[in-house]
Design a protein around this ligand. Sequence first.
Ligand code: L34
Length: 285
Amino acid sequence: MATVISGKEVSQKVKGEVREKALALKEKGIEVGLAVVIVGDNPASRVYVNSKKKACEEVGFNSYEYALPEETTQQELLDLVEVLNNDEKVNGILVQLPLPKQIDENAIINAISPDKDVDAFHPFNVGKIMIGEYAFLPCTPAGIMELIDSTGVEIAGKSCVVIGRSNIVGKPMSMLLLHRSGTVTVCHSKTKNLKEICQNADILVAAVGRPNFVTGDMVKEGAVVIDVGINRMEDGKLCGDVNFAEAEKKASYITPVPGGVGPMTIAMLMKNTLTAAMIKNNITE
Ligand code: L34
């Protein structure tokens, strides 16, 4: 039976460290601020944005919420981003995705100042990640690295399989595992013999967006299984991309949904926002 990795616990630890550093900054007269922008009323986005605001409170940051209506135009959102880019109180800008269909997400991401891009979605930061010389890491993959490290399992030389190739999770995830000398395979909807590839994975990261996609027969004995999926079922319950009951019989470590990757995404956002404030104020430690 696998050990369940508690994203709740690991995220508390990360937030505790961020809080200590934020307090030290406060003693120097520096306050940390995160702007949280939500457009429209996607209920899931509302839940995540509320958690982000709550996390800001926990670690001692100021949070500034901008809740814009569903019919907001791209230009209106670009104008807000420009204001936030120039706002001294704002160290980080988070524009919660997805955005309504009339707004081009890339246009918004490109407009955020790379120094305040605490999601690390801007092409400048994406490029930095590629060469391994970065200030910010995208929150979900960075959180997953913390979860893997919390197990003590070595990544170097291991077979790492990432299912999903999104810009937010799959692509940066594979890069982070590669930086740590994992042998990385990225699978997606066109991948042939997915099952065989997964069966070979010492570390398996599922970011597909389909409930119970990874079944027990796809999991190698003793694997570390990370479930990025947050699928909302008709009964309102959350379901991961991994069939937990089956996979936990074979894995050595496994993350639950909820309480796994989700809380880590938020904790790493706090860490990135702190980093942005420290860089802005020329503070190294
Ligand atoms: N710009 N957009 C931007 N940055 C992000 O990093 C995100 N993401 C994803 C969606 N859009 C984004 C998030 O914040 C996904 N995501 C996210 C954050 C937190 C949680 C899930 C997804 C989370 O807290 N999940 C809880 C369950 C919450 C619930 O009950 O719904 C968990 O325990 O998994």
